[in-house]
Design a protein around this ligand. Structure first.
Ligand SMILES: Cc1ncc(COP(=O)(O)O)c(C=O)c1O
Length: 369
């Protein structure tokens, strides 16, 4: 059988594109089990759904353009002063506002990485300089290599943990990179979109010491951990001057009223939901990785809710995605990531039932059923 590369579903460069999947595989949207986007399998906290239902009549009002209640709650929750916080329409808008507000000429990225670092840089007129992580270091780049890149760019995006490989840099490495960024006056953007999936005691975050690094900015997403990608919400933590530069470029009301209310409910959802998510992801990730390895796949280590996987030869990511897609299971091809190859896919970690279905369908495909 031959497989066309153009059958892939990442026409917009991302997973989770159910419309394209419907058209490509000829199935109804609701019939897909989607492992191509990395969303908390528990769904949003129950309070968030209640708040959204009760708040629907409030859509007749404009949202607060200053995001004040959300920022007050966030400030208390993460222990950061309000003037160092900025809400965005997803982490993606925060990235765009950083590029618009700081106008870097050269942006640095470490491949493989989230495609928007490059895409947004090009959209806003910056050149991109890249280095590639090493497969032997779970696709991280070496500290010296990253510091060299800091010297060669005005702004550097670094995933912490990185997507698609799901691992963190050591905190000592991050500190050394942040210090190099201070000296060179390069902006260091730490993308912590997935860090909430890691239990607090295992997180390598610069957040508590961020005030020491004027050039370093942290971006976080609320869409993955709290399962609200359709609502859009993220935030930035940084020096007040950076926050002001970003705010000057933000379209008024870009963060909608329901997203702000949902965000407030997420922040109030409590430790039990967080712990339950982190524990579910840890146990399910181990089981899913084990099941995939037993089926002949190479699975890279991960600390979060997705796994970077190599399909066994002669399979390719495109062929595998197509075979699974026709059976109603969506996975992310990573063949188009600079630094990775035609064999690479990424799968989300979901709950036990969904993961068991994925493994069953994987076996079906491998056995040619
Ligand atoms: C590493 C990374 N950062 C940021 C984002 C964007 O997150 P948001 O949905 O909050 O815009 C994504 C989305 O896939 C991502 O993978």
């Amino acid at each position: 059988m031959t497989y066309k590369d153009e059958s892939r579903i990442e026409v917009y460069g991302h997973g989770g594109d159910i419309e394209t999947a419907e058209a490509t595989f000829g199935r109804r949207a609701a019939s897909f089990l989607d492992f191509s986007a990395n969303i908390n399998p528990l769904g949003p906290p129950a309070d968030v759904i209640t708040v959204l239902q009760e708040s629907l009549p409030a859509v007749i009002r404009y949202p607060d353009p200053g995001h004040r209640r959300f920022k007050d709650l966030l400030s208390t929750r993460i222990g950061i002063a309000r003037e160092r916080l900025m809400a965005g329409n997803g982490a993606a808008e925060c990235m765009a506002l950083l590029l618009l507000g700081l106008s870097p000429k050269v942006v640095g990225v470490v491949d493989p990485c989230f495609s928007e670092y490059r895409e947004l840089s090009f959209k806003f007129g910056a050149d991109v300089r890249s280095i590639t992580g090493h497969s032997g270091q779970d696709w991280r780049a070496g500290r010296d290599q990253v510091i060299e890149l800091v010297q060669a760019c005005d702004l550097l995006f670094l995933g912490q943990p990185n997507n698609p490989n799901g691992v963190q840099y050591d905190l000592d490495d991050i500190r050394a990179i942040a210090e190099a960024a201070e000296r060179k006056k390069t902006w260091l953007v730490l993308d912590e979109a997935f860090i909430d999936f890691i239990p607090p005691e295992h997180r390598h975050t610069l957040l508590p010491e961020l005030h020491r690094y004027r050039q370093t900015v942290i971006i976080r997403s609320m869409t993955k951990f709290y399962a609200i990608p359709g609502l859009r919400l993220g935030y930035t933590v940084g020096h007040p001057d950076v926050i002001r530069a970003m705010a000057a470029k933000q379209v008024s009301w870009s963060v909608n009223g329901l997203a702000l209310l949902a965000g407030e409910a997420c922040l109030g959802s409590g430790e039990a939901y967080e712990r339950r998510t982190q524990e579910l992801i840890r146990t399910q990730r181990e089981q899913l990785a084990e099941g995939l390895r037993a089926a002949g796949f190479v699975v890279a280590p991960s600390e979060v809710n997705y796994l970077l996987v190599e399909v066994p030869y002669p399979w390719s990511a495109a062929a595998f995605q197509q075979e699974l897609g026709t059976r109603g299971v969506l996975i992310r091809s990573c063949a188009m990531y600079p630094g990775l190859g035609p064999q690479h896919i990424r799968v989300a970690v979901k709950d036990a039932e969904a993961n068991a279905t994925l493994l069953a369908v994987v076996h079906e495909v491998m056995d040619g059923v």
